[in-house]
Design a protein around this ligand. Sequence first.
Ligand SMILES: [Mn+2]
Length: 313
Amino acid sequence: MDKFESDHAINRKSLYGTTPEPTYAGVASFMRRKYVTDLAGVDVAVTGVPLDTATTNRPGARFGPRAVRNASTIMAWEKPYGMAFDPFDKLAVADVGDCFFDHGKPEAVPAAIEAHALRIIEQGPALLTLGGDHFVSYPLLKAHAKKHGAPLSLLHFDAHSDTWADEDDRIDHGTMFYWAAKYGIVDPASSVQIGLRTENPDTLGFNVVDAARVHQIGIDAVVAEARAHLADKPVYVTFDIDCLDPSYAPGTGTPVCGGLTSHQAMSILRGMQGINVVGMDVVEVAPAYDVGEITALAASHIAMEMLYLYACR
Ligand SMILES: [Mn+2]
């Protein structure tokens, strides 16, 4: 291994393993994985989608991917606590950089994100995406449905349902799952939304474990309920960081009080081992509102839990 060499984001010799280096120095990739353009031998590609023009309130999630990469370097020196194995020993994980789109052609952005995702997953790797506002999950889901078949089941962590009824052909970061359900990209009946705490009387048939219920019934009961709904279906996992309480994740566009602790969220994900994960994203980190990088660090931990789930399939 490339022990004691530095700048693993560039110099790493193997895509596997966790190796010591000064992780505070050099180029910040996600978890100091190597930046690659050649996807041969890659099991999971990490990418960013720096978009925040579909947000309803505070923008800034375009800086999310960079912030999460930076924060993740703090964790990059050892196996995450309590995992049965280091996900990087089982998965070749590489950072493939960010999705490009032309901000001067906003109407072309969704197709650019979908094409970016499809180009990667069609070559074999699974995709772990760092947002970006939550709209990015819509073209990501379309790409994953093309590869894995529609409808997909959604394991969705959020303060918001993001299924608010929309009109005409408009779509934003609070309505994309309305369209995903309506167009048959996701199947509400085998999907679960966890942590919700904003009013939306029409669930569209999604199974909801709202934040109050998480606090009431506890982690194990939430896990059991979610597993029953997801069963063995292909699952896309999407985590809006505002699922966490603002005390754990202030750096986001639309924070809502009463949310999950980072411990609750990580434990629920940890409990989902064995589900058939096909794609993953962590979205809505807006570092301008963050304090001490705690939101970006939480997002990094959540992303690692997702990689562990993927490795446990
Ligand atoms: Mn949200």
